[in-house]
Write a new protein. Structure first.
Length: 159
């Protein structure tokens, strides 16, 4: 695993912005408005070159069914990694909700970021925030919304 602060080959230029497709952002806003009482979670699929672009967000079962922590279903996670590979895309990170807290990494999130580096989206009742993380820490980054070209993937979905 990379010891760089920005995994997946993220460069110094990329570290300031995560580009999220309009469709994914609409999905995240729907999640925010219907946050519920149990943490929801999922995976982010996209690509990196000179930018970090997230085309799809998949909701994955939270096997913990907890208000304060999540664990991605291993089988659903595997299926999404296989899907990304088939589409020549990457799983770039995770998203999850904080139903009763702000959109900032908790101590458990920081620990998770060490084990699953990349883009982390945290959604609270009031916010959707993005972070880039690795074994050494995390940084909040700006979210920029983009329109997906017709030839690229664009749907947000439950697995």
């Amino acid at each position: 695993m990379s010891k760089e602060l920005y995994p997946h080959g993220f460069t110094e230029i990329m570290k300031r912005v995560v580009k999220i497709s309009r469709e994914v952002m609409i999905f995240f806003e729907s999640v925010r408005r219907n946050i519920g009482s149990v943490e929801r979670c999922g995976l982010l699929v996209g690509e990196t070159d000179e930018e970090i672009r997230i085309f799809e967000a998949f909701e994955v079962e939270n096997t913990r069914k907890s208000q304060v922590e999540f664990e991605l279903s291993p089988l659903e996670t595997l299926r999404i990694f296989e899907y990304a590979d088939e589409k020549s895309l990457e799983v770039l990170g995770v998203w999850h909700t904080h139903p009763f807290w702000m959109a900032r990494p908790s101590a458990k999130d920081v620990n998770g970021m060490e084990n699953f580096p990349g883009v982390w989206i945290i959604i609270s009742e009031n916010d959707v925030k993005a972070f880039l993380a690795d074994e050494k820490g995390y940084k909040e980054v700006e979210i920029e919304i983009f329109n997906v070209p017709h030839s690229a993937p664009s749907s947000s979905q439950s697995s």
